[in-house]
Design a protein around this ligand. Sequence first.
Ligand code: SF4
Length: 236
Amino acid sequence: MTAIRTERTGDELKSLAESAGRDLEEASALEILTWAAETFGPRFCVTSSMEDAVVAHLASRVLPGVDVVFLDTGYHFPETIGTRDAVEAVMDVNLITLTPRRSVAEQDAEHGPRLHDRDPDLCCALRKVEPLEEGLTAYDAWATGLRRDESPTRAGTPVVGWDEKRRKVKVSPIARWTQADVDAYVAEHGVLTNPLLMDGYASVGCAPCTRRVLEGEDARAGRWAGRAKTECGLHG
Ligand code: SF4
């Protein structure tokens, strides 16, 4: 195993991300995660929306006890919180829950109720983007479950890329997977999934901004449906 360096400049990280993105384009998810674990060690984490635990499961195979970061916006479905609790109970991961600075009640008092209906970009900024940015300061690299087949906005997702906004390496080990690949991995390894996936939801986010998808819609069509918004700001 190569020695893990714990202090790298942003330019070094960017260069690492760009070369790994090229070198690992054809690599398997486990190979990509092995590279991340060997390169960053404890300065690498997985972020999970608890739609499923596929990337957390993959990462725990190459880095047992890996940090898995979950953003509790205060607006999640009970099924999502239950999935988080089950992942923490049964998987070899260190589950870390991030919360926004303000509770939903405090946000309502400051901005008025149902900010998600009136200004979802601000709501996402306060409840997702800000806490994630604070939570990621301890890491040089983070893994996501982004896949190219999820939506046109994600079609160009690199397996390893540079997150300029946060100055971190962003690893998407299953970027090249299809939904069928995910389903096969879940079945083979008995991976935990959010029960809402069996109830018509194809992508699970905050309850006020998520609906079931209709036949023929892409997986993320149920997120902020009826609005131009397609991403929460974590990946854009
Ligand atoms: Fe707010 Fe909706 Fe964004 Fe969740 S997804 S943070 S409820 S706007």
